[in-house]
Design a protein around this ligand. Structure first.
Ligand code: ADP
Ligand code: MG
Length: 591
């Protein structure tokens, strides 16, 4: 065929296919999730574009996905009425790995293979179109874009470094728009081409796709048929009136036929009444929507009405993913009147320090053609953002109040740094962030405590919240500054993360109590005896002078201290100077 062009895959594609086949061979069924998710993306794109260009839907074809399994021949077809692809798009999309999902997978796979943890990745990344070769010898993609008046066919085979593209010529195969994938299954994978198997996989993997997914199923309905009865059989005694005639009777039979069956639930879960959604359903929605394999640590489903109307479900992940630096988080999916708009607006809807929160937000008040510029200017978005942040804090507070203390410890380990960042970046929410902070102390070296617990434990005469910054709990607890305070049974917080001190300096105080660094000079322990101090000062003034002379510029001053009990001397920072810890931090930043 002269109009059939042959193309070579980009070199990385060959490698990717190899990797997919080798790392996912025990998890082949993910191919269906990937292909249905592409169909759903293509439908999302069409619906989104049709908002400004209603001609796109003028053919009256419904937005849906249809999957047919031919078990006799081991063939699966997946048809969507989405945006389709032009010839150029076919070559760009199915011949390279320029697109986000698979590139991300490839990168992470490389890293994790070095670490020997490749199998953990399966749930975390979409592996994309090429996963179709997990189960197929041959894949044919026939597709029609509204931008082109021709339909094109891409054809590729497993273990080949090239593919072909030609024009669709068979009139029976022409589509009004969208894409049809035909998978010719490998001999050992023909089992996937069973209608019940497909139904099960769709229910399992694609329950939360917001377009209808139909599968081709064999059905049966009962029918009454008339049968002629053998009169000898029904002849009974005393039945003489009717025995003469042949009696007509009906019998129920099952008639088999094939038809499309709706296989998923299309009502978005966030539109349902929170009281009627189970935790299990939220968890499943989360895992499917965000490609996670662990359940979230917490979720919050809410509606706001009044000034601004929107619905949302937010989640706190169970652990922190090693996000690749150059990729966006895509943690918030924005919908307008149920139409998926983008997952690129995290930054407009949430402050950066809450970027670990995942969720969906569906607004009725934003225009469908909303852009980043509109979002940034919008008063409605400002209100939404405020409410979302508040709900996120409520959700985190909920974890901290959980009966199982491990939950919050786990949260803190994963996301504590983010909240500290919040202390620096979000003055307005200090009141919400501060109660969520956690520290070790000289009275609690193994269990984290909150500022509330600290305040409750303060001595009656104590005015300030004491802390000491060090690089570990061990060095904090051996610091000479602690001696007097420990002797007096005063609690002192240990700031062992360099960010702790900076965060606290931004808070300045908690419940009207100032944070005081016990390593700074002039620590007031509320026990001044001026007479005695004067005496001691006089007695040792010569000693101090002598030491200062010996040390020269290495110290600013040599003074008598009131806070030591067994150590002979201690190095302190000036009241207005940086603490030793801050110096370490600054040094680390400038190198
Ligand atoms: P991803 O979905 O992460 O972009 P895939 O490998 O799954 O990666 O798909 C690659 C690209 O191929 C998609 O981004 C899209 O442009 C195109 N594509 C795949 N399937 C379809 C489809 N059913 N309709 C339209 N375009 C598709
Ligand atoms: Mg995809």
């Amino acid at each position: 065929n002269s109009s059939c062009e042959k193309f070579e895959y980009q070199a990385e594609v060959n490698r990717l296919m190899d990797l997919i086949v080798h790392s996912l061979y025990s998890n082949k069924e993910v191919f269906l999730r990937e292909l249905v998710s592409n169909a759903s993306d293509a439908l999302d794109k069409l619906r989104y574009l049709s908002v400004t260009d209603s001609d796109l839907l003028k053919d009256g074809v419904d937005l849906d996905v249809r999957i047919q399994a031919d078990k006799d021949n081991g063939i699966i077809t997946i048809t969507d009425s989405g945006i389709g692809m032009t010839k150029q798009e076919l070559v760009d999309s199915l011949g390279t790995i320029a697109h986000s999902g698979t590139a991300k997978f490839l990168k992470a796979l490389k890293e994790s293979q070095e670490a020997g943890t490749a199998s953990n990745l399966i749930g975390q990344f979409g592996v994309g179109f090429y996963s179709s070769f997990l189960v197929s010898d041959k894949v044919v993609v026939s597709t029609k874009s509204p931008k082109s008046d021709k339909q094109y066919v891409w054809e590729g085979e497993a273990n080949s470094s090239s593919y072909t593209v030609r024009e669709e010529t068979d009139p029976e195969k022409l589509l009004p728009r969208g894409t049809r994938l035909t998978l010719y299954l490998k001999h050992e994978d023909k089992g996937f081409a069973h209608p019940e198997k497909i139904q099960k996989l769709v229910k399992n993997y694609s329950q939360f796709v917001s377009f209808p997914i139909y599968t081709w199923q064999e059905k049966g309905h009962t029918k009454e048929v008339e049968v002629e009865e053998d009169p000898t059989e029904t002849k009974k005694e005393g039945d003489d009136d009717t025995t003469a005639e042949k009696k007509k009777k009906t019998k129920t039979v099952i008639e088999k036929y094939w038809d499309w069956e709706l296989t998923n639930e299309t009502q978005p879960i966030w539109l349902r009444n929170p009281k009627e959604v189970t935790t299990q359903e939220y968890n499943e929605f989360y895992r499917k929507t965000f490609n996670e394999y662990l359940d979230p640590m917490a979720s919050s489903h809410f509606t706001t009405e009044g000034e601004v109307e929107f619905r949302s479900i937010l989640f706190v992940p169970a652990f922190k993913k090693e996000e690749l630096m150059d990729t966006k988080t895509k943690n918030i999916r924005l919908y307008v009147k149920r139409v998926f708009i983008s997952d690129d607006f995290d930054g407009e809807l949430f402050p950066k320090y809450l970027s670990f929160v995942k969720g969906v937000v569906d607004s009725n008040d934003l225009p469908l053609n909303v852009s980043r510029e509109i979002l940034q200017e919008s008063r409605i978005v400002r209100i939404m953002r405020k409410r979302l942040v508040r709900k996120a804090f409520d959700m985190i507070l909920g974890i901290s109040l959980s009966e199982n203390k491990d939950d919050y410890d786990k949260f803190w380990e994963n996301f504590g740094k983010f909240l500290k960042l919040g202390c620096m970046e979000d003055r307005e929410n200090h009141k919400r962030i501060a109660p969520l902070l956690r520290f070790f102390s000289n009275q609690s070296e193994n269990e984290l405590i909150s500022l509330d617990e600290y305040v409750e434990n303060m001595k009656p005469e104590q005015k300030d919240i004491y802390y000491i910054a060090a690089d570990s709990v061990t060095s904090a607890k051996n610091a000479p500054f602690l001696e007097r305070l420990t002797e007096k049974e005063c609690e002192v917080l240990f700031f062992v993360d360099p960010m702790d001190e900076v965060a606290i300096q931004n808070l300045k105080s908690y419940k009207e109590k100032n944070f005081v660094d016990i390593s700074k000079e002039d620590l007031d322990l509320g026990e001044k005896n001026e007479e005695k101090e004067k005496e001691i000062k006089q007695e040792f003034s010569k000693t101090c002078d002598w030491i200062k002379k010996r040390l020269g510029d290495k110290v600013a001053r040599v003074d008598i201290s009131h806070r030591l009990s067994s150590s002979p001397c201690v190095l302190v920072s000036g009241k207005f100077g940086w603490s030793a810890n801050m110096e370490r931090l600054m040094r680390a930043q400038t190198v």
